[in-house]
Design a protein. Structure first.
Length: 277
């Protein structure tokens, strides 16, 4: 998968000529979009235009009826819809235990890194050039993943995400099943952020956030190294976070550089030029 001209990151996710029908109605037609590492993309358009459908196709939750979806090797895609569901076992968990699931892979990576460090210090391994090379290669790749996922800061990041999204200290021991619907969406968002996928797909993430939580999320996403694609009606949020815009209308997707406000200016300029032609 090759990058578009001017792109700074490698291609992680792509739809090529993708279309989607609901019965006889075509919602999306011939959509070709690309997500690069580090992208911050806002998705806008009128209600019912197919924004959520586009996000679900990118997530792999909906198969395109035409065209195809491609992901780069080992790319992890995370998705949060406007509503969330929990398994019975998760409903019985505490908020803290539910969030800790997201950092358990990081803790497992830390344990494996310690084992690899011991192996690299082992004279027996050093005597076998091929084995040492394999251990060092695994250590290098795992270290990069460990750093991207937050590394040894993961426990502190768990609390920061919980508190940033509006939970209090005494909420951490509450069973998930006692939370309101809005609190559960915020909890699912916190876990997704902590899991640090390569691509974050967020459908109206500010719906259940107050001003403080929205501002915290803006800061978190701006600083994130991973790619983010956001469907939102909150133009101020999009202006604060994104640097590219996909405008969905009439089943088509038009891409503009810039966040929402600049993208809409370019859209008006483009329409004006077309009228003159």
């Amino acid at each position: 998968m090759t990058a578009r001209p001017g792109a700074t990151g490698s291609v992680l996710l792509r739809l090529s000529g993708a279309g989607k029908f609901y019965g006889a109605r075509q919602v999306l037609a011939d959509v070709s979009v690309t997500v690069h590492a580090g992208d911050k993309i806002g998705v806008v358009g009128p209600n019912g235009c197919g924004k959520s459908t586009l996000l679900r196709m990118l997530a792999g939750l909906l198969e395109p009826d035409t065209g195809r979806r491609e992901t780069a090797r080992d790319t992890v895609v995370g998705y949060l819809g406007q509503s969330v569901g929990f398994e019975p076992a998760e409903m019985a968990m505490s908020v803290h235990a539910f969030l800790r699931q997201a950092i358990e892979p990081v803790e497992a990576m830390a344990a494996e890194l310690r084992e690899l460090e011991q192996a690299m210090a082992d004279p027996v391994v050093h005597a076998d050039a091929a084995r040492l090379a394999a251990v060092m290669d695994r250590y290098s790749r795992l270290s990069a993943r460990f750093e991207q996922a937050g590394g040894y800061e993961a426990p502190a990041r768990l609390r920061a995400a919980a508190f940033g999204l509006g939970f209090r200290e005494d909420d951490l021991e509450r069973p998930v099943g006692t939370l309101s619907g809005g609190q559960r969406v915020r909890l699912a968002l916190a876990r997704l952020l902590l899991s640090a996928p390569d691509v974050l797909l967020l459908d109206e993430p500010t719906n259940h956030l107050d001003t403080a939580a929205t501002e915290w999320l803006e800061t978190f996403l701006r600083q994130l190294k991973q790619a983010v694609v956001i469907v939102s009606h909150d133009r101020w949020f999009l202006d604060a976070v994104t640097d590219r815009t996909w405008d969905v209308e009439g089943g088509r997707v038009q891409e503009y550089p810039g966040a929402y406000s600049r993208a809409m200016e370019r859209r008006v300029e483009q329409l004006a030029r077309r009228r003159k032609e």
